[in-house]
Design a protein around this ligand. Structure first.
Ligand SMILES: C[S@@+](CC[C@H](N)C(=O)[O-])C[C@H]1O[C@@H](n2cnc3c(N)ncnc32)[C@H](O)[C@@H]1O
Length: 200
């Protein structure tokens, strides 16, 4: 059945699909089982996907999976997304974050506000003009609400001359429903302004 209001992960992918072209660079900041990474890989057949994950088992499993499938445009990095600037020299057109813990995995390995914000700052600086960052925020677990609030505070402070940011949330769900943040870097941003971290 055709639906407009989807899961936030599906809505995130729908936004990303609209900006990515064959040769673009994309980032999955939270590999997990690799759903977003595989999705991104298909959208940039002649480009590159950088994918970050701190859990070594996830990285190992996923590397084996892409080797078997013969997928060659993905670079899987066993390091935190807060270090993305050490690995990526290009300007990504899309960066996807999926916060919280890995469903079916260790519930005590979660994304944390300090590292998430550090990664967002770096991601925004590196993002290509016209590019987007999507952040799927889950709040039901311990620490999830705190992280969600920290991310919202950070997003609220972004300069509207450089970024457009919006939150998509379910308003008629009980409890700590997940929500989606989409940030777009304006196409007109370039030159010194684009590289000036003080403008973040
Ligand atoms: C909600 S899951 C991601 C799910 C994933 N998008 C998928 O398709 O399966 C969050 C993941 O972020 C990872 N993670 C936590 N802190 C991280 C960090 N600083 N850098 C990179 N990954 C991190 C966790 O280990 C976990 O696998």
């Amino acid at each position: 059945m055709f639906k407009i209001i989807l899961k936030i992960t599906e809505m995130a992918q729908n936004y990303v699909k609209q900006v990515l072209r064959d040769r673009d660079v994309a980032v999955d900041a939270t590999l997990g089982n690799g759903n977003d990474t595989i999705f991104l890989s298909g959208l940039v057949p002649e480009g590159r996907v950088y994918s970050f994950e701190i859990q070594r088992e996830c990285v190992k499993k996923f590397k084996k999976e892409i080797e078997i499938k013969g997928i060659r445009n993905i670079e899987v990095i066993n390091d935190g997304h807060e270090n993305m600037d050490l690995y990526i020299k290009e300007s990504p057109k899309a960066i996807m974050f999926n916060l919280g813990y890995l469903p079916g995995g260790y519930k005590n390995v979660i994304t944390r506000p300090e590292t998430t914000i550090a990664a967002l700052k770096k991601g925004l600086k590196m993002l290509s003009p016209g590019g987007i960052i999507t952040i799927a925020v889950y709040r039901g677990h311990e620490g999830g609400e705190e992280e969600g609030n920290a991310v919202l505070d950070f997003i609220n402070g972004l300069d509207p001359k450089i970024y457009n940011a919006m939150v998509i949330k379910y308003v008629n769900r009980k409890g700590m429903a997940p929500f989606l943040i989409v940030i777009e870097k304006n196409c007109s941003v370039g030159g010194d302004k684009y590289n000036n971290p003080d403008l973040l």
